[in-house]
Design a protein around this ligand. Structure first.
Ligand code: PLP
Length: 424
């Protein structure tokens, strides 16, 4: 977007006046700084702020539990037996999937384990896994432990692609070349969709196309993508994916995770996967049979009965997302980050470097800044002045405005304060 941005405060306020989503600012509780004043909160990549509606949704579950106890499974305003089913259409829209392909459940790393267990099926020469180096450690632990559990040697199985020497970003071709190189030895590609430290968005559709053409399956960790960038998992024919709900989806700490599994697997009765009673076809779920009869949707992956208190705040935030309109959110996201880039460029006389790629489609709502002076001292100095961002030591700070929550004026104020912190 090439708006003729201006650096003055009046202009930021003018952008807010023209913002069709400005009203959603008030739909969230605003975190406080150390002095108890409203903070400038730019940390949605770590923990999204709390939607006011989440209070109501959680209170409703608590009240039902208080008043109905076990009867709450089947009675009350939103019976727990099918609580999760009500939000499948909303979740499906955010993920670009069909409602049958998604399910809110569990927690991210545990879900990754379950999906790897299901979809990593080494056969003959086809045993290798393409990942990235420098990924979020939990993903690496999941991959390595799963490989070991199969009695295989991670050194022979795992092929992490890395940025060129001395760089932080991974060019698209690095993925394509590695897929070509591994050829018929490639069993699985498992990658983050958005890199947690750099904010780089990887070419999900093309990676999927090329890896599948070579006969491999493809799964993504959407921790930093869900609710942050447009996703079309079904159209891209992605095989599986998992996400957490506490970042851009604003479901609260540890809450609201979920998975996507492509249509062709969920209807396949021969697919073997870790199973539990809640994955049974609901019509026989309570007959307590010995035999597992999977539901023909992603529900078959639910090993336990749903954690309703974890899903309730997700329900609230997805309602806000869809009421606001995903297209409107993506549009504001582009404008916010373009504006942030403009403000940062103005002040950037060599004190820091924006490492997140700036091209449209290559970043979401996160800009990572490399600060030679050190991430911790910068983050601490910002916090002292009422700004909450997060840091990845030794020298990266991550700044993540959220379209429904943040204003243009937040970014203007952030930039003024960063300027004081870095340039004195
Ligand atoms: C990319 C990525 N993977 C995995 C995790 C671990 O998530 P959890 O603790 O919910 O399993 C995180 C957490 O921030 C993450 O960012």
């Amino acid at each position: 977007m090439n708006l003729p941005f201006r650096p003055d405060e009046q202009y930021a306020l003018e952008l807010d006046r023209q913002d069709p989503l400005a009203g959603y600012h008030a739909a969230f509780h605003h975190p406080l700084d150390r002095r108890g004043n409203p903070a400038i909160y730019l940390c949605g990549n770590s923990l999204g702020p709390q939607p006011r509606l989440a209070d109501e949704f959680v209170a409703q579950v608590m009240s039902q539990w208080r008043k109905l106890a076990v009867r709450g499974h089947f009675e009350g305003e939103r019976p727990w037996i099918n609580y999760y089913q009500e939000l499948l259409p909303q979740l499906a829209q955010v993920m670009g999937a069909t409602p049958e392909e998604v399910i809110p459940m569990g927690t991210l790393t545990a879900n990754i384990h379950q999906l790897l267990e299901t979809f990593y099926q080494p056969k003959g020469r086809r045993r290798k896994i393409l990942a990235i180096s420098g990924e979020f450690p939990s993903d690496r632990y999941a991959l390595v432990s799963m490989i070991r559990l199969r009695g295989l040697d991670p050194a022979e199985i795992l092929f992490p692609v890395a940025p060129p020497e001395g760089e932080r970003l991974i060019p698209d071709e690095v993925f394509y070349n590695q897929i070509q190189r591994l050829g018929d030895e490639l069993a699985l590609v498992f990658l983050p969709a958005v890199h947690f430290a750099t904010g780089q968005v990887f070419p999900l559709q093309e990676i999927t196309r090329q890896a599948q053409a070579s006969g491999a399956l493809v799964g993504f960790d959407l921790a930093h993508a869900a609710g942050n960038i447009p996703l079309w998992l079904h159209e891209w024919n992605v095989d599986f994916a998992a996400w957490c709900g506490y970042k851009y989806l604003c479901a609260g700490p540890g809450n609201g995770a979920g998975i996507y599994v492509n249509q062709r697997f969920i209807t396949n009765l021969d697919l073997i996967h870790p199973a539990g009673w809640w994955g049974n076809d609901p019509s026989i779920r309570f007959e307590m049979r010995d035999q597992f009869e999977p539901q023909r949707t992603a529900e078959r992956f639910q090993v336990s009965n749903p954690a309703v208190l974890s899903i309730a705040p997700l329900y609230a935030s997805l309602s806000l997302y869809l009421e606001a309109g995903l297209e409107n959110i993506w549009q504001k996201s582009r404008l916010l980050t373009d504006y942030l880039g403009y403000l940062l460029d103005m002040r950037n006389s060599g004190k820091f470097k924006i490492i997140t790629p700036r091209q449209p489609g290559k970043h979401g709502n996160q800009f990572s800044l490399e600060i030679p002076g050190g991430a911790l001292t910068t983050a601490e100095a910002l916090l002292e002045r009422g700004v909450i961002i997060d840091e990845r030591p030794p020298n990266i700070i991550r700044v993540a405005p959220m379209p429904l929550f943040n204003s243009f004026h937040d970014l203007w104020r952030f930039n003024e304060i960063l300027d004081q912190v870095l340039f004195g």
